[in-house]
Ligand binder design. Structure first.
Ligand code: ADP
Ligand code: MG
Length: 255
């Protein structure tokens, strides 16, 4: 299933947040959306996920989700959003409980996503026993459990330290390489974007409009943190974003 955003515009009262964003997310692609703080990235993701409707424009789903997909779209948030009283498997199971599937199938799915996210030894642990990186692996496992057509990730690594972020990036690449998924990945972190994005969409400061789109055709599994080509892409993205970020930073807070 592809997603097509057609001429999305949005205002909250008189605050213009998104301006004329059109974009296609093709099946099997990771599309990263970058832009300065407050430019409308999370808002755009909420429109894609159907949590909110834009003032104008539309989001189209082209084609059908996979036959065994339980939810076409799933989210991963910066703050993990785990239920503290539920174990790792209990949190993953949560995504499955609203669906009429057999206990055996539920167990099979849980085993599969635990293995894919390297959590098999932690299934009985509670969130408070886990590091931030492990908590985010649980949230990713929960998102994968429903076999979504598109995963929507909102700054998934932004609450983690640099080393944990690096490990999670490696895990995400590994996950994608073994079983490609479609994702919209919102981040303000350009290093993440060039490591994980097949396509990187750069938004301007608010109201967010597409400044440019960069395609990187190096396979995800061949991307290294110190790859000079990726570094050049990152510098180019920063050149585009720097002026936007300075202007956004100096803007008066809208109260
Ligand atoms: P980003 O994720 O790029 O940092 P957001 O999409 O969260 O930006 O927000 C874009 C702008 O819209 C910000 O100025 C924010 O304050 C404003 N905003 C977001 N949600 C709401 C809302 N529900 N009501 C009013 N303003 C909002
Ligand atoms: Mg945001």
């Amino acid at each position: 299933m592809d997603l097509r955003l057609e001429r999305i515009c949005h205002s909250y009262s008189d605050l213009r947040v998104i301006e004329d964003v059109s974009l296609t997310i093709s099946q099997g692609q990771v599309v990263c959306i970058v832009g300065p703080s407050g430019c409308g990235k999370s808002t755009l993701l909420r429109f894609i996920g159907g949590l909110e409707r834009p003032s104008a424009g539309r989001v189209l789903q082209i084609g059908a989700p996979p036959a065994d997909s339980l939810n076409p779209l799933t989210y991963v948030f910066q703050d993990f959003a785990l239920l503290p009283w539920r174990s790792v498997e209990g949190n993953i199971s949560l995504a499955l409980e609203e669906h009429a599937i057999s206990a055996a199938r539920r167990e099979m799915i849980i085993e599969d996503v635990l293995a894919r996210t390297k959590l098999s030894d932690f299934r009985k642990a509670l969130p408070r026993q886990l590091s931030g990186g492990m908590k985010q692996r649980v949230a990713i496992a929960r998102a994968l459990a429903v076999n979504p057509a598109v995963m929507l990730l909102d700054e998934p690594l932004s609450a983690l330290d640099a080393q944990t972020r690096e490990l999670l990036m490696e895990d995400l690449v590994d996950l994608w390489t073994r079983k490609p998924f479609t994702a919209v990945y919102v981040t303000h972190n350009l290093a993440e974007a060039v490591r994980l994005g097949h396509r990187i969409v750069v938004l301007s400061r608010r109201p967010g409009r597409i400044r440019t789109t960069v395609d990187i055709d190096i396979p995800l599994c061949d991307r290294r943190a110190d790859d000079p080509v990726l570094e050049a892409h990152q510098r180019h993205l920063w050149d585009l974003l720097r002026a936007e970020a300075i202007a956004a930073d100096k803007e008066l807070v809208h109260a």
